[in-house]
Design a protein around this ligand. Structure first.
Ligand code: BMP
Length: 254
């Protein structure tokens, strides 16, 4: 089953559009075991309120893909959720292919890539691996941080029409043409979510990070057209992660 169908089915079943960013602050490498236990205990407490879990360097660097993270991905699947690797692939095609093969071999259902690299010898090999293994690809479109506009917000000349447009609009159109499984647009920029939604409609779902810790708001992101909310510190760093996830889930149910 295609990744986007899978995550949608889980979201409906669990009545949640929360993608948990399972991120923890830096720990000394000798504390790796406690990091793994922490990740397991957050997952254990929070999984009923999620549709997916997103991993980042926070766990892959200290725990390694095979062994540590692989175990957590298995746990995510046991809970009936999907696992996304936030590796923001951004290299030449031959390297991207190896990155994608390793992460999919770890068990990830989808990974995040950066469309700035272009198609030929960039995204193409990643899409080929994903198609062969029936996994997903989510493309960055407008990031959530303050400096995002320097790249994603640039005014460019559309190579096909010769008209001026914004980089993120061109990326949204690319995601549509490539049948990507999703795009990332920061919850900190609800107006951008709206514009991207105008391009994508219901065809490609918008994943929106930046809720809470980065200042983005749940309601405005969802109202603008975000389909899934990526939430990390507001849940993982909360005194009661399950309660925090449950509160956020309430909004995504409406
Ligand atoms: P938090 O809710 O703690 O801010 O975490 C957001 C997560 O989403 C982090 O893993 C971050 O790397 C990721 N992310 C983001 O915040 N903005 C983007 O534009 C793209 C991301 O992947």
């Amino acid at each position: 089953m295609a990744f986007r169908t899978k995550i949608e089915q889980i979201a409906r079943k669990n009545e949640s559009r929360i993608v948990l960013a399972l991120d923890f602050p830096f720990e000394k490498p000798e504390n790796r075991d406690s990091l793994l236990s922490k990740a397991e205990s957050v997952l254990n407490a929070v999984h009923p309120y999620l549709c997916a879990v997103k991993f980042n360097h926070h766990l892959v660097l200290p725990l390694g893909a095979f062994g540590g993270v692989e175990k957590l991905v298995e746990r995510v699947h046991d809970y009936g959720l999907v696992a996304i690797m936030d590796c923001k692939v951004n290299d030449i095609g031959a390297t991207n292919q190896v990155i994608a093969e390793y992460y999919y071999a770890t068990g990830f259902d989808a990974l995040i890539a950066n469309p700035f690299i272009g198609w030929e010898e960039g995204l193409q090999p990643i899409f080929e691996v994903a198609t062969r293994l029936q996994r997903g690809i989510i493309l960055l479109t407008y990031m959530s941080h303050k400096g995002a506009g320097e790249g994603y917000g640039q005014t460019i000349i559309d190579s096909e029409t010769g008209e001026k447009t914004h980089q993120y609009i061109a990326f949204a159109k690319k995601a549509l043409a490539l049948k990507a499984d999703g795009v990332i647009v920061g919850a900190t920029y609800p107006r951008k979510i709206e514009e991207v939604y105008q391009v994508l409609g219901e065809k490609v779902p918008i994943f929106s990070p930046g809720i809470g810790a980065q200042g983005g708001e749940i309601r405005s992101a969802l109202k603008a057209g975000a389909r899934y909310l990526i939430v990390g510190r507001s849940i993982v760093g909360a005194e009661n992660p399950a309660e925090s996830a449950r509160q956020i889930q309430k909004f995504t149910r409406q």
